[in-house]
Design a protein around this ligand. Structure first.
Ligand code: PEP
Ligand code: MG
Length: 765
């Protein structure tokens, strides 16, 4: 059978219809109103290969590549896709699909030629992430003329370069992965919205609906603020409602199927979207969906011609009543005074951890750090990361909020206090202490409550959004990342992407300076290391954007590494040879970094963006752009931008923008140190380091304003993005996105939502 109707597919039919097809089939079976459609089965794909006689060529010739040869893999993937695209679909298969499409048209639309969505639905259940199997391929607004081509394109997506790379590297057999294709009617919604089958924040037995005119994208993108209804599920009546002024709606162009934003007619703008009868229909839908899944759901729905469709449903995870370990939480069990305080410092990573002190003076002491110990050292280095993962807390003598120890411990969710000046002197090996990362103190003894856990809860779980749904915000909230190992944890925050991926950690953990590494192992090996590190993050977030930055490490960090004796001795490394200055001066390692980006773009990571650190003026940017072009990056196609970290770059934004950048990102760690002349790593002036200083804010404010006029996106990725006062300031100024530390993402999402709502209210008051 070439196709299976969604009503015929069951959840157990994954082999035939793939994961997506099976779940849509299950919902259709359960009587839920999913838009009608059919699945071109995996068997049909197989039949296509067999009838054309291309299996041997595809699997035994083209795809038989060496797992270590990334260039050969890229070529194989390209050839495999081309072979699929050039092979014609058997006549009988073609006829069956077109017949099903016309049947769908006769069922659903008066014109008989409906717009459909065509989506790949892979059957490889054993793959940890179905995205590797080309699961992401989706074509919207397809009609009969290009239906067969689109389906074949979905088959070809099984050989997207990232998918082939992944399967080759992991030893998965390309032949065992099949692909089905879902063809589903698109809903031309007159009204749409979301329904929470329980109150999203209190968990009360109330349903909450939000609705607006037209397609749901208008609400999701923040272009329209929807009507809000609190509904009693028992009586299916509205208990409370807020009717907003819905100035715009998203509609579909009847000719092309493209969506466009248009003004809502005056009489409809402030009219309530949902009638009482429609509320009843929604309540029925909500009840059926919740019963089907056995837990509260957040349902996306659409209505057309009085008919309701369910587009998507996700579980609502009710608010946990366990103790909140997020940044800034107050904890009543902590002693309020100085009782038992042995050492104080900067609270670098939140949470509390108790255990035995392990003073680490040399790297070879690291194997003495056992699970649950407290690492106490002068400072930390990338080689210490495995031991830091075992530790229940980290304490250092040196460093501030943005030092290596702080960044790594925050990303891993390990409590940390840094810049204590003398912890390695005051504390002794084996001593039992409790590190309070919120208060920045280390106390004698173990946990204050006998049943309090000595070690923090699971770091991935602790950052998942705790409210039922992630707050929907017009300003994007992203996350900062340095260690690829923390990518899963970062992605679990629900952030809209990575606003800053620092590659310094990847480079420094090679144990050699870039120059030394290239001298010993060659350029290709260096490029491979970077591709691997960035790819881990790009994959965890795909298709959410990942903004990776070229290297920016000061020479004192390089000096510790092999090859470090060649580094210049600088009076103040923070003002010296780092960022794009070093890159332009030493183009060989820089070109390797750029080549890594170029390769990732070629592999298909269209979510990777490139960012240049510490630029001062247009000349810096133009010179870097020339290097980008030299390695094959097309600056017109790639998304790239610069950090605004020096007052000069903020003042000269117009000239910089002329180089063709898509975005800027405020690096407030550096922008603050350079504006205020306060060394960010110097614990003696830590109290003068103020990112909210009017001088710093004034530079940010005027840059945002001018970037808006220039059509350049603005963002922040410095430590200050995690502070609510900064978030408030930036949202009010109209920043495009905010990138915070992993542990702060959740709070920032809520803060952004709060400020946006306030702005909206102020505008109508
Ligand atoms: C900054 O300067 O704010 C920044 C994000 O970059 P880094 O901390 O890596 O210098
Ligand atoms: Mg910086």
């Amino acid at each position: 059978m070439t196709i299976l109707w969604l009503g015929e597919a069951e959840s157990t039919d994954i082999d035939a219809v793939g994961g997506k097809g099976a779940s849509l089939g299950e919902l259709t079976d359960a009587g839920l109103p999913v838009p009608p459609g059919f699945v071109v089965t995996a068997d049909t794909y197989r039949r296509f290969l067999q009838t054309a006689g291309i299996e041997t060529e595809l699997f035994e010739e083209i795809l038989a590549t060496d797992a270590d040869d990334s260039v050969a893999i890229a070529e194989a993937a390209r050839a495999a896709r081309e072979l699929i695209r050039e092979t014609s679909v058997p006549e009988t298969v073609r006829d069956d699909i077109i017949a099903a499409y016309r049947e769908l048209g006769s069922q659903t639309a008066d014109r008989g030629e409906p717009f459909v969505a065509v989506r790949s639905s892979a059957t490889a259940e054993d793959l940890p992430d179905a995205s590797f199997a080309g699961q992401h391929e989706t074509f919207l607004n397809v009609t009969e003329a290009d239906l067969i081509d689109r389906i074949r394109e979905c088959w070809a997506s099984l050989f997207a370069e990232r998918a082939v790379h992944y399967r080759t590297n992991q030893g998965f057999d390309h032949e065992t992965v099949d692909i089905a294709v879902v063809v589903q009617q698109m809903v031309d919604a007159e009204k749409s919205g979301v329904l929470f089958t329980r109150h999203p924040s209190s968990g009360d037995r109330q349903m909450i609906a939000e609705s607006a005119w037209g397609l749901g994208e208008a609400v999701v993108s923040g272009a329209v603020s929807p009507d809000h209804y609190v509904i009693s599920p028992e009586t299916a009546t509205v208990v409370e409602s807020t009717i907003t002024d819905k100035k715009q709606q998203m509609i579909k162009d009847p000719e092309t199927g493209e969506t466009t934003l248009e003004a809502v007619s005056k009489d409809k703008r402030t009219t309530r979207v949902l009638s009482d009868a429609e509320i009843e229909t929604l309540v029925d839908l909500g009840t059926t969906v919740e019963t089907h899944y056995g837990e509260p759901q957040d349902v996306e729905w659409a209505m057309v011609n009085g008919e309701i469709f369910m587009l998507q449903s996700r579980p609502i995870t009710t608010i946990s009543d366990t103790e909140d370990n997020s940044a800034g939480s107050s904890d009543e069990s902590a002693p309020a005074d100085d009782e038992g305080v042995l050492v104080q410092g900067v609270s670098a990573s939140p949470g509390r951890g108790s255990g035995e002190v392990r003073i680490v003076r040399k790297l070879d002491h690291l194997d003495q750090v056992t699970e649950g110990d407290i690492i106490v050292s002068k400072m930390t280095m990338p080689d210490m990361v495995p031991a830091m993962k075992r530790a229940s807390a980290i304490v250092t003598d040196e460093g501030g909020m943005t030092s290596h120890a702080s960044i790594v411990s925050r990303e891993m969710g390990v409590p940390a206090v840094v810049g204590t000046r003398d912890a390695t002197q005051v504390l002794s090996d084996g001593q039992l202490v409790t590190v309070d990362g919120d208060m920045g103190v280390i106390r004698a003894g173990g946990p204050t409550k006998p049943d309090e856990p000595a070690i923090q809860p699971d770091p991935v779980e602790s950052v998942r959004p705790q409210t039922p749904v992630k707050p929907m915000t017009a300003t994007e909230v992203k996350v900062n990342l340095s260690i690829p190992e923390a990518a899963e944890r970062a992605a679990a925050t629900g952030a809209d992407g990575v606003g800053l991926l620092r590659i310094e950690h990847m480079v420094i953990s090679l144990g050699k300076t870039p120059e030394q590494y290239i001298a010993d192992h060659g350029k290709e090996a260096y490029i491979d290391e970077l591709v691997d590190g960035i790819r881990t993050v790009a994959e965890a977030f795909y298709p959410r954007p990942v903004r990776a930055r070229t290297l920016d490490a000061p020479t004192d960090e390089f000096r510790e590494l092999e090859g470090g004796s060649d580094e210049p001795h600088e009076h103040n490394p923070m003002l010296g040879y780092r960022g794009v200055r070093r890159s332009l001066d030493k183009p060989e390692p820089f070109r390797c970094e750029l080549a890594a980006f170029s390769r990732l773009f070629d592999i298909g990571y269209d979510n990777v963006e490139l960012m240049l650190p510490l630029v001062n003026d247009a000349e810096d940017v133009e010179r870097a752009r020339t290097h980008m072009e030299a390695v094959g990056i097309d600056p017109e196609k790639a998304r790239w931008g610069v950090m605004i970290e020096t007052p000069a770059s903020a003042l000269l934004i117009e000239e910089i923008a002329e180089a063709g950048i898509d975005f800027v990102s405020f690096g407030t760690n550096d922008l603050t140190q350079y504006t205020l002349a306060v060394d960010r790593n110097n614990e003696y002036v830590v109290d003068r380091f103020d990112e909210l200083h009017p001088g710093v804010l004034s530079l940010i404010e005027s840059t945002i304003e001018r970037c808006r006029a220039l059509g350049v996106d603005t963002s922040i990725c410095g430590q200050a993005a995690s502070k609510s006062a900064m978030v408030q300031f930036l949202v009010e100024e109209g920043v495009s996105s905010i990138s915070a530390n992993i542990d702060a993402v959740r709070d920032v999402q809520h803060e952004v939502k709060r400020v946006e709502q306030k702005l909206l209210l102020d505008s109508v008051r």
